[in-house]
Design a protein around this ligand. Structure first.
Ligand code: CTP
Length: 415
């Protein structure tokens, strides 16, 4: 979510049962480094307390154009923001926004805002499908406002269908993607932010992070991978509708997104064994982990004491997770590998592609400033048996979507 850092966001909350999720949105935005000002409609205050949102956003919540103490300057707030997000947006609030019916601070700021506007509706399925709502949504989109589509599932009414507020993580991801595309206040409403749901019903296995190989009870051999690329892939895949088994080596990074089954592992052998167990239920595997090729032949039970001369450590080969999964790959499965090459990049990648039975390889360039290990950005080339597709240097969140796009093209149609 690095593109939300320093962004000024207005969150407009209207009166839906989903209003409690606005607390998670504020918390997520603040955690990502954004500055948040919250506007609530009167009805919203029946569902969630302004005190909760003012505490989380560290600013007083605005719920009327004028309160007892002061006149809240909606024009100023509208000009201040880099983006305005209305979430949840009820049928009433959508209608008021669509027709300029300015009876609340939320709509007053909306009408004054020059920044991009996002709206995430929440309502019952029949209200969502009613031609009046459909027309209001279209009208807002015709103004250049961005729809953050509703999710399907159980609704507060007990009915099941479309109308649920998008998950807070998805909402944040869409804002982050918008800013990652270099979009700012100046190009209000011109960039598409829709994340396709093209991995719905698919099961993915993703490996990420380093593996640590113990030497003794306090020492290990490791590497500098942070797992950021693999986590970005898992989050992007979940946002596109997939269920993800994420095998993550020891790292300070983590994820709690719905749709991701996070399994923490330590050594290459542990990652290998869990991957073998999970592979049969996956339609695709993406192996982004920096797996240690070697481990100490023995792990000392006691802390190794220093001696006078040099210390020799015997290393033995670790199992190759990619080769194992590649060897048992079924026709309906797609396997994606990563490679870091310093010379003959494409030839070496193609050799690896054949050896490990990958469908394509994501090639990182170690010589590129700002790419690969420890960086928030990456520049990749996608190498398959027939062609090489170069991509620009981008944030890892966006690179993840490029990789998933390549994967979707190669997924077996029978899966
Ligand atoms: N891989 C794996 N299990 C291993 C080693 C690597 O699954 N024990 C996977 C990585 O996750 C990555 C790909 O295989 O997707 C990288 O292959 P590897 O041969 O390790 O490539 P490099 O480390 O780039 O190359 P090399 O060690 O051959 O220089």
């Amino acid at each position: 979510m690095e593109h939300l850092r320093g962004k000024k966001i207005i969150l407009g909350v209207s009166g839906s049962i989903a209003a409690y999720k606005s607390a998670l949105i504020v918390r997520g935005l603040v955690k990502a480094g954004a500055e948040v000002r919250v506007l609530m409609t009167r009805a919203a205050t029946d569902f969630i307390s302004p005190l909760t949102l003012s505490t989380l956003s560290k600013h007083a919540v605005v719920s009327s154009v004028h309160d007892e103490a002061s006149w809240n300057n909606h024009v100023e707030l509208g000009l201040w923001a880099d983006a305005m997000l209305v979430a949840p947006a009820t049928a009433t609030t959508l209608s008021k926004m669509a027709h300029g019916l300015c009876d609340s601070a939320l709509v007053a700021v909306y009408l004054s805002a020059r920044c991009p506007v996002f709206f995430a509706p929440a309502m019952d399925v029949d209200m969502w499908l009613h031609p009046a709502t459909v027309a209001n949504v279209k009208r807002l989109q015709s103004f250049g406002n961005h729809l953050i589509d509703v999710a399907e599932g159980e609704l507060a009414s007990g009915l099941v269908g479309a109308g649920r507020l998008a998950e807070p993580e998805d909402i944040l991801l869409q804002l982050n993607t918008f800013f990652a595309q270099g979009a700012g206040a100046q190009d209000a409403g011109t960039k598409p932010v829709a994340i396709p749901h093209d991995l719905s019903g698919k099961h993915l296995l993703i490996t990420a992070g380093p593996t640590l190989e113990d030497l003794d009870p306090v020492r290990f051999l490791g590497n500098r991978s942070t797992g950021r690329m693999g986590i970005a892939l898992a989050e992007a895949a979940a946002a596109r509708g997939a269920t993800v088994d994420l095998l993550l080596g020891p790292t300070h990074l983590s994820t709690q997104r719905e749709g991701i089954n996070l399994i923490s592992v330590r050594s290459a052998r542990e990652m290998h064994d869990r991957a073998v167990e999970l592979w049969p239920r996956a339609q695709a595997g993406i192996l982004a982990a920096a797996v240690a090729d070697y481990r100490p032949a023995t792990v000392s039970e006691q802390k190794i004491k220093k001696g006078e001369g040099p210390l020799r450590i015997n290393l033995v080969r670790n199992p190759d997770i990619a080769a194992t999964l590649g060897a048992s790959k079924q026709p309906h499965q797609t396997l994606v590998g990563f490679a870091l090459e310093t010379e003959n990049e494409v030839d070496n990648a193609r050799t690896k592609l054949r050896k490990k039975n990958f469908d394509f390889i994501v090639l990182n360039s170690p010589n590129e400033a700002g790419a690969a290990f420890g960086h928030a950005t990456n520049r990749i080339q996608v190498v398959d048996h027939n062609k090489v597709t170069p991509y620009e240097l981008k944030s890892k969140d966006l690179v993840a979507h490029d990789i998933l796009q390549e994967l979707v093209l190669r997924l077996s149609p029978t899966t």
